[in-house]
Design a protein around this ligand. Structure first.
Ligand SMILES: NC(=O)c1ccc[n+]([C@@H]2O[C@H](COP(=O)([O-])OP(=O)(O)OC[C@H]3O[C@@H](n4cnc5c(N)ncnc54)[C@H](OP(=O)(O)O)[C@@H]3O)[C@@H](O)[C@H]2O)c1
Length: 253
């Protein structure tokens, strides 16, 4: 029996990158996992890769879609024990060119989406005396970075939201923590590198060096390293850890 045997987890954005790694890690620890996202094919590929993962489409910016996800999976699995609010998007643009549409898209997924997810998650944990909520923020939630003011603002907001909900739930048995990765090797990083190359004319090697400039270890983080931290927070011996923002970033912050 795994240490998460009998637990049901919902992981948003589980069809790729960090979310897929978290889903696999939780299943291997004995949990059953519902992954969600907008792209059915990507979700199905992850679900097919390991028994115990079920795929559901859901757009985290749509309150009805999130409510319907949690009510249907709660009914099927006897509630929800673990919520990982991982879905996110990143766009890069200088602040002087940052328009309201890009601001809204970024805040919609990275902050409002996290609010909707953990709000529905807390409701689905009603009557439980054990629960784990983990938000996937970023080092961009802990300090500023150029060209991503909207992303930094949303991720700072996610950490504030996480800390506040943790205080409200402190005596409930439900912990609430944020994990803050540095640049992590996922499709999001591939898009970031492509963007740097397109906008500056750099080659892949120089674009990689530019993104790693602030990283003391001089390397990208692996999705499994983020997933391992989430697994640790979800484990039976992490009940005293709440309201924290844990950096997984090679010492970047
Ligand atoms: N990669 C990095 O360098 C890095 C660093 C720090 C933090 N992070 C954070 O880590 C998390 C995971 O990102 P990743 O690196 O794994 O990138 P990714 O592979 O692009 O994954 C992002 C996931 O979010 C989902 N998503 C996006 N918009 C959504 C929406 N409106 N509704 C539901 N799902 C949505 C996507 O699925 P669909 O497109 O199918 O909806 C996708 O599966 C994000 O919160 C990101 O900000 C990443």
């Amino acid at each position: 029996m795994g240490k998460l045997s009998g637990k049901h987890a919902v992981v948003t954005g589980g069809g790729s990158g960090v979310g897929a790694a978290i889903a696999r890690k939780l299943v291997k620890a004995g949990a059953t996992v519902t992954i969600s996202g907008r792209r059915r094919d990507a979700l199905d590929d992850v679900a097919k890769s390991l028994e115990g993962i079920t795929a559901r489409t859901c757009d985290v910016t749509d309150p009805d879609s999130v409510a319907s996800l949690f009510s249907s999976v709660s009914g099927e699995h006897g509630g929800v024990d673990i919520v990982v609010a991982n879905a996110g998007v990143a766009e890069a643009t200088p602040f002087s060119k940052l328009d309201l549409d890009s601001w809204r898209r970024t805040v919609d997924v990275n902050l409002i989406g996290v609010y909707l997810t953990i709000h529905a998650g807390v409701a689905a944990m009603e009557n439980k005396d054990w629960g784990r909520i983990v938000t996937i923020a970023s080092v961009a939630g802990l300090r500023g970075y150029p060209y991503v003011a909207h992303y930094c603002a949303a991720k700072h907001g996610t950490i504030g939201l996480t800390r506040s909900v943790a205080m409200e739930l402190a005596t409930s048995g439900i912990t609430v923590n944020a994990v803050c990765p540095g640049y992590t090797e996922t499709p999001m990083l591939t898009r970031a590198l492509d963007n740097v190359m397109n906008k500056t004319g750099m080659n892949q090697e120089d674009a990689t060096k530019a993104l790693l400039r602030t990283n003391p270890m001089g390397r990208f983080i692996q999705p499994d390293e983020v997933a391992q931290t989430v697994l640790w927070l979800c484990g039976p011996n992490s009940g005293a850890i709440t309201g924290q923002a844990i950096s997984v970033s090679g010492g970047e912050i």
